[in-house]
Design a protein around this ligand. Structure first.
Ligand code: ADQ
Length: 493
């Protein structure tokens, strides 16, 4: 089986470049090894690309990376509009932040249809398509409409919320019905999978048996595949990074203080305001901690053209200034606040330097920062993870200090307890978390999903005649891949 993976954003294997964003960070190493073709947005738009999809293809490990210019007329409505101002807030249970127009939905569907047409060039008889995330909920249906009978799977990196919340998304029924064109629909946690099935049953009135939904497309299997990281690679990177100049400079600057670290995209789902409030509260409740601890919060700007994100950026900057003004001294500041990206190596070294990792999203599909923090620790003297119980990672990392991110005093107490935790308890908790991480790596996730997709399609073959365009044969238009060494090379039309 050859595999084509599709996501909005892709990543490149460039040393020392930040990989901000969980999907790209998780997929890059496994795709590099797998020989798959990874198709995504080039980040550029193009007039008239509707008629003639344009992509540059370059080598990526044993496979290839294909970068598409998306249609200029629909990009804003698709990306900033429907995907990130309707679906993202709804999926994170923030229906109050939904801002969307009818035009945005049309653009979202147009970009999904455009991507389907572009993918036809990569299709071979043995190709399986694996579509990633909420940007492409209807891509499977568009491929089926073009006559594709190959296996098509989908994985959602975000949570799936309670039924009533999805009802706030315009055109939700049409859209979620389109998702049933996928042979396999993967979620991060049992709760997400159950919420999806509950929606399908009550809103669409469809039959479900053993997590398999029967619809006009045939059968869709729903299952849970918690995403992981490359634990050993991260641990090695962290050990080596101790001597990196950025990491040594940080260590020297601490003057014996203990450090807590937070690393997030600047997103309202990550609970950053509550986290800063909790750190503030901890200093109020434990004045003796002043000058002995500090927080390094890295918050990389993301989706800055959307109002909810630019508002959050201003609010956080104001809040950090207030807290530093209230508790800081001429030679000590409680919070170091940075808005930039770091390479994975430096990040691994920063995690290892911090005694406490503070990962407190209000809602998160998984949260890879939690896993990276654990993997980066020194086995002889590991730090403590303070983790929101609303991150998917909390299902596996149960020996972290689990907190409710809405309860500021509780978080303040947990962070103080983490700073004070004795070595024996830190090691016991950390070792249990490492066992979980080793049992569920990114590679394992990739293999499990790919195998389940083959199985799901095989059992669906029997019902293939229910597929609207099932009879269509594989076209002879498979795209010859012209590999170019770099992005400056010639494009492939
Ligand atoms: P994200 O919401 O982007 O991912 P997360 O899982 O925490 O969240 O991944 C962030 C990634 O970006 C991590 O690998 C982290 O190291 C990296 N990163 C963050 N800030 C960085 C910085 N300043 N410099 C460099 N790297 C930085 C989505 C879902 C998550 C889910 C992932 C994967 O929202 O819930 O865990 O996909 O499925």
């Amino acid at each position: 089986m050859s595999l084509v993976v599709v996501s909005n954003r892709v990543a490149r294997a460039r040393a020392n470049e930040p990989l901000t964003g969980g999907l790209a960070a998780a997929l890059l190493p496994v795709i590099e090894k797998s020989g798959a073709i990874w198709v995504g947005s080039s980040g550029r738009v193009r007039d008239g690309s509707h008629k003639e999809p344009f992509a540059e293809v370059e080598a990526l490990g044993a496979g290839a990376l294909a970068l598409l210019d998306l249609p200029a007329a629909h990009y804003g409505g698709y990306y900033e509009g429907f995907a990130n101002s309707a679906l993202w807030p709804a999926l994170h249970s923030r229906s109050d932040l939904i801002r969307v127009s009818h035009h945005d939905y049309q653009s979202y569907r147009e970009v999904n249809a455009f991507m389907a047409r572009a993918l036809m060039r990569f299709r071979k008889p043995d190709t399986a398509f694996w579509i990633q995330d909420y940007h492409f909920l209807s891509l499977g249906a568009e491929l089926r409409d073009l006559g594709v009978r190959n296996p098509i799977g989908f994985f959602l990196h975000t949570p799936w919320p309670a039924r009533a919340i999805m009802g706030a998304v315009p055109h939700h029924r049409e859209l979620i019905e389109a998702m049933l064109a996928y042979d396999l629909i993967g979620f991060q946690t049992d709760d997400d999978c159950e919420n999806f099935l509950s929606y399908v049953q009550s809103e669409l009135g469809l039959k479900i048996q053993d997590s398999v939904v029967t619809s006009r497309y045939g059968k869709s299997r729903c299952a849970v595949f918690p995403i992981g990281i490359d634990v050993e690679k991260f641990a090695l990177q962290a050990a080596k990074a101790s001597s990196h100049p950025d990491v040594s400079r940080l260590r020297r600057s601490l003057n014996g203080e203990q450090l807590a670290i937070g690393v997030d995209r600047l997103d309202y789902s990550k609970g950053l305001v509550n986290r800063i409030n909790a750190f503030d509260r901890m200093l109020v409740l434990n004045p003796a901690l002043k000058r002995t601890v500090s927080l390094l919060q890295i918050a990389t700007p993301s989706r800055g053209t959307i109002e909810a994100y630019s508002n959050l950026k201003s609010e956080l900057a104001r809040l950090v200034t207030e807290v530093n003004g209230r508790h800081g001294e001429t030679d000590w500041m409680p919070i170091r606040y940075l808005n930039r990206g770091y390479s994975q190596t430096v990040l691994a070294g920063l995690y290892r330097t911090a005694r406490v990792g503070v990962v407190t999203p209000l809602h998160d599909g998984m949260n890879l920062v939690a896993k990276e923090y654990v993997a980066a620790q020194n086995p002889a003297d590991p730090g403590v993870l303070v983790l929101s119980k609303f991150a998917g990672a909390a299902n596996e990392l149960q020996t972290a200090l689990l907190v409710n991110p809405h309860e500021i005093d509780g978080m303040a107490r947990a962070i103080a307890a983490a700073f004070a935790m004795p070595l024996t308890e830190r090691r016991t908790r950390w070792e249990a978390m490492m066992r979980k991480l080793r049992a569920g790596t990114a590679q394992q996730w990739f293999t499990d999903f790919s195998e389940a997709l083959e199985d799901a399609r095989a059992s669906n073959e029997k019902t293939a005649s229910n597929c609207p365009a099932a009879a269509a044969a594989v076209t002879s238009k498979s795209w010859p891949l012209h590999l170019v060494g770099s992005r400056s090379g010639a494009g492939v039309h």
